[in-house]
Design a protein around this ligand. Structure first.
Ligand SMILES: C[S@@+](CC[C@H](N)C(=O)[O-])C[C@H]1O[C@@H](n2cnc3c(N)ncnc32)[C@H](O)[C@@H]1O
Length: 225
């Protein structure tokens, strides 16, 4: 019997605005096919650093990073359609040319679409924490997922993660520190200081006002030769 895959997300199809819907219909040149291998330099028409954000939500961080670094190319993966539409509207408003979007499960993109060692930097900001213990298996950051990240990252590529949920932070530190392909940039057992590259979102500002913690992680990839 085929094993049912455990997903790290639930599909939220409601509450998409008319303008987000229009953006998905009309700005589809920024949306990549989800059934093909990706030749990133051909797609972006240049040989620049390739940065990948997994689960970009509404895309505010991705748009801000791409605007700040026109010299880099950015790929964003998100299943949430309102988020895809919102990011497309920002691309249009800010005239950003260095972002492409994949609207599907990141696991498929990592397994089927990206070439090995094709990505310089991966960001995963505030992955769904799945608070309940019986849902912990749905958490994105697990050893098998880190195996996939290690395959697509270039040698010495960087992985940056942030979470605002302490129990998830402890779990991330444990699995990533133990993973043979990743070196904790701040030494085993240590969180990273706040990543300067990570835009400060409304969500995080609110958390700061309420005194909530945020835990950052910085790893370097050392794939097998
Ligand atoms: C808690 S939100 C955080 C969004 C954003 N990074 C932020 O900081 O506001 C997590 C996002 O990850 C997306 N997500 C979860 N699992 C995913 C997967 N396997 N592939 C693509 N997106 C995923 C969800 O749809 C959701 O929008």
């Amino acid at each position: 019997m085929e094993q049912r895959t455990i997903r790290s997300f639930v599909r939220r199809n409601g509450r998409i605005t008319d303008s987000q819907h229009r953006a998905i219909e009309t700005l589809n040149q920024f949306i990549l096919p989800i059934d093909k291998k990706l030749d990133l330099n051909t797609l972006f028409q240049r040989d620049a650093e390739k940065h990948l954000e997994i689960g970009f939500g509404m895309g505010d961080s991705l748009a801000e990073m791409a605007a700040k670094h026109p010299e880099h190319d950015y790929l964003g993966i998100e299943v949430y359609q309102a988020g895809v539409g919102h990011l497309l509207l920002q691309l249009e408003k800010l005239f950003l040319k260095n972002i492409r979007i994949l609207s599907t499960d990141a696991v498929n993109v990592l397994k089927e679409q990206l070439e090995p060692q094709s990505i310089d930097v991966i960001y995963i900001f505030f992955p769904d924490p799945w608070h309940k213990k019986r849902h912990h298996k749905r958490r994105l950051i697990q050893t098998a997922f880190l195996d996939l990240l290690a395959t697509v990252l270039k040698k010495d590529g960087k992985l940056y993660i942030a979470t605002d949920w302490e129990n998830y932070a402890e779990h991330i530190l444990e699995v990533a520190d133990q993973h043979p392909a990743f070196i904790n940039q701040f030494g085993k057992g240590n969180f990273a200081p706040r990543n300067e590259e990570r835009p400060l979102t409304k969500f995080e500002k609110r958390g700061q006002r309420l005194g909530h913690g945020v835990w950052d992680f910085a790893y370097q990839c050392v794939p097998n030769e």
